[in-house]
Design a binder for this molecule. Sequence first.
Ligand SMILES: [Zn+2]
Ligand SMILES: [Zn+2]
Length: 76
Amino acid sequence: MMAEGILSAVQLPGESPRYELADKQHHHHFHCRGCGKVFDINKCVTDFAEMRPPGFSLERHEVTLYGLCSACLEDH
Ligand SMILES: [Zn+2]
Ligand SMILES: [Zn+2]
């Protein structure tokens, strides 16, 4: 699955790794607890650097949001 470096692993806590194209632009994920789907979020907040401990260098971050997608909300 990691052939040619085209795919990058997406690690979600408590789940087996997923793979997606590595050349996608920076994005995050929304994990729906209703249907279990993972949606791409093409948005990012930019103030993660403020969270880093003093003297540390921040290189990257991963963010996963959890909740219900619109389809699951309509089911309830
Ligand atoms: Zn859902
Ligand atoms: Zn981001």
